[in-house]
Design a binder for this molecule. Structure first.
Ligand code: WCC
Ligand code: FE2
Length: 630
């Protein structure tokens, strides 16, 4: 397998070489041009919240400025900067979810958007006390959508999904006063508290950050996942392929990159339109090849098996192949650099969201009311662009791996049902999973998520940690760009069981699953919260008691800061492979990596060395097992 990583690397090298020849400017060039990052920013001690500054706190104690003009210390400034990352991350996930809720609100029997998973809709309606008997399916859908939309701004009460957590966890939240109320309220409130002259107590700022982050994990993200499943179908196990080799030489290649499945789903349908396929053939191509990147890639591979071109760091490399007719994006994780890069090739770079207009990109607004029509128009542009491709300047690496994806909680439970002893056990529960963990066949579970970050070698931290864990009988669930790293490295195949310890290997064989399970996009980390909570409830325990961890080995985005914070606040230790910009305050570092455990039963670990990180994860898992006496 390590050979595979090297092959992946050589692909990257080859494309970078080509890029250089073509005059491309990539993230690696820009990183080199950036030289040493700003030391104050890196430590989180630059404050530009008001216009008296920017104020920079001297990193050396007793020398230079120790306070900003208002008197804010490094502890306050670091905490506020961290909090504002949480607020932005929560806003991004949740605003995505709000759009999905609006789409569910407009769904109809004869419209572009329909309810695909009526069972899931009914379950959610019941959970939310919405009447279902003798009611039209779409009436119910609309009321569910409206209820979800109210979660963003309701004036009273706390978020509905909090009740999905084990009651012990709900108690922790209540005691700590971090139960999130309405989602928008938490984001707004945190922005208010971190305004000049408001909160300065770092402990309090972090508590408020946890409350806001929880409104992401158990609010926005969970709404995003649930409603997407209702609209587009709950993912089921399916086969796909991953890596740049999925780009096809003789096809119209359309790269879909971004996040919102109401857009990408419609693109999948539109790409199957016989008229457009015919047009592609008339233009000399063999057909239309849709490939995905980042979370959009995850959404459409989970539900349709659409192949994954790559993860975050590969967005430029895909265009450098010279074989992408159109790179189409909506929101989040899109390099503005793609505009200039596309200009070097025939690639059309098309932005579609009013929330993310991009300088230099063509703009075709995606309007949900005319979803299919808009998508067909966009695909037509791509098809007509095929003739402009310079065939001489195409380089598609052939590397691609097989992967089995689509492991929603429902699908995992279905797989587990295969091993249920029907005389003694119940179907449709996570009990078999809890049982194998308790028996020690599996030592525990790890959720490995997040981005790529040029501070470390792409995908290497993800893969090193995953391989080390599965070797030691820790099952891995993955989402986001970490999941795509696993897919590319072949860790999502059935054959990957050969890399596992004896226990996990047996589980993979008997349950028929790969050792690393693709659970979806970044908002789908809510699925991970869901399954962990189900296991905890099965054993009448809190999440904090379970031998499970979260890890974001190569994270970079504000969304990841929100995620890490809600995972910790949910009672699950979180290992960060990139140290966040907080080291300017020893006090705040100690809070995140130590003291917070007293309050919520979990903490952050910062560990940049992946082998060491895996070792610490295993150690922590064993510690939890020991406490449980298992
Ligand atoms: Ni989620 Fe990170 Fe990928 Fe973007 S798509 S790059 S936040 S992991
Ligand atoms: Fe994402």
């Amino acid at each position: 397998m390590s050979e595979e990583i090297q092959v992946m690397d050589s692909n990257t090298e080859v494309l970078l070489e080509k890029g250089k020849k073509d005059g491309a400017d990539t993230i690696w060039d820009r990183k080199a041009a950036m030289k040493t990052p700003c030391g104050f920013g890196e430590k989180g001690i630059c404050c530009r919240i008001c216009a008296m500054g920017p104020c920079r706190i001297s990193p050396t104690k007793d020398k230079g400025a120790q306070k900003g003009l208002c008197g804010a210390t490094a502890d306050t400034i670091v905490a506020r900067n961290f909090a504002r990352m949480v607020a932005a991350g929560t806003a991004a996930h949740s605003d995505h979810a709000r759009d999905i809720a609006h789409v569910l609100y407009m769904a109809s029997e004869d419209g572009n958007y329909k309810v695909k998973d009526a069972g899931k809709l009914m379950n959610l309606a019941k959970e939310w006390d919405i009447k279902t008997e003798n009611r039209d399916l779409y009436d119910i859908a609309h009321e569910v959508a409206e209820t979800a939309l109210n979660e963003f701004g309701k004036p009273f009460g706390t978020l509905k999904f909090l009740k999905r957590a084990p009651y012990q966890r709900q108690q922790v939240w209540s005691e700590q006063k971090i139960e999130p109320r309405a989602i928008d309220r938490e984001v707004t409130s945190l922005m208010h508290s971190t305004h000049i002259g408001c909160a300065s107590d770092p402990d309090s700022i972090f508590e408020l950050s946890m409350r806001t982050a929880l409104s992401d994990g158990w609010g926005g993200s969970m709404i995003g996942t649930e409603l997407s499943d209702i609209l587009f179908g709950t993912p089921t196990a399916c086969a796909t392929q991953a890596n740049l080799g999925v780009i096809e030489k003789n096809m119209v290649n359309i790269l879909l990159h971004g996040h919102d499945p109401s857009f990408s789903e419609m693109m999948v349908y539109a790409s199957e339109d016989p008229e457009l396929v015919k047009l592609a053939k008339e233009n000399g191509a063999d057909g239309i090849n849709l490939v995905g990147m980042c979370c959009t890639g995850n959404e459409i591979t989970m539900r349709h098996g659409v192949r994954i071109a790559g993860n975050f760091y590969q967005q430029e490399l895909a265009i450098i192949t010279g074989a992408i007719e159109a790179a189409i994006v909506d929101v989040q994780c899109i390099f503005p650099a793609l505009a200039d890069l596309s200009d070097l090739y025939h690639t059309k770079f098309i932005a579609t969201s009013p929330k993310a207009k991009i300088t230099g990109a063509e703009y075709i607004e995606f309007v949900e009311e005319k979803a299919l029509e808009t998508c067909k128009g966009i695909i037509k542009e791509a098809v007509l662009n095929f003739k402009n491709r310079d065939m001489e300047n195409v380089l598609i690496p052939d590397n691609k791996s097989h992967a089995n994806v689509g492991y929603s909680v429902e699908t995992i439970i279905q797989c587990l049902d295969r091993v249920v002893n029907s005389y003694t056990d119940e179907f449709n529960t996570v009990k078999p999973l809890a049982d194998v963990i308790w028996a020690g066949v599996l030592r525990g579970a790890a959720g490995i998520v997040g981005c790529n970050n040029p501070k470390v070698r792409y995908d290497e931290s993800h893969i090193t940690i995953m391989k080390e864990l599965i070797k030691n009988d820790v099952i891995v669930v993955a989402s986001g760009c970490a999941a795509q790293a696993a897919a590319k490295a072949g860790l999502m195949t059935m054959e990957a069981k050969e890399l596992c310890g004896r226990g996990l290997k047996e589980v993979c064989e008997r349950v028929g699953i790969p050792p690393v399970l693709h659970m979806g996009s970044c908002v789908d980390i809510s699925r991970i919260l869901d399954i962990v909570s189900r296991v905890a409830k099965e054993k009448d325990l809190d999440n904090r008691d379970l031998p499970v961890v979260g890890a974001a080995p190569e994270w970079m985005s504000e969304k990841a800061v929100a995620i890490g914070t809600y995972v910790v606040a949910s009672g699950i230790d979180t290992f960060l492979g990139i140290t966040p910009q907080v080291t300017g305050s020893e006090y705040f570092v100690d809070l995140l990596t130590n003291r917070v455990e007293e309050n919520v039963g979990a903490k952050f670990y910062f560990e940049e060395n992946p082998t060491e990180c895996a070792r610490k994860i295993l150690e922590r898992i064993e510690e939890k097992r020991e406490k449980l006496g298992i």
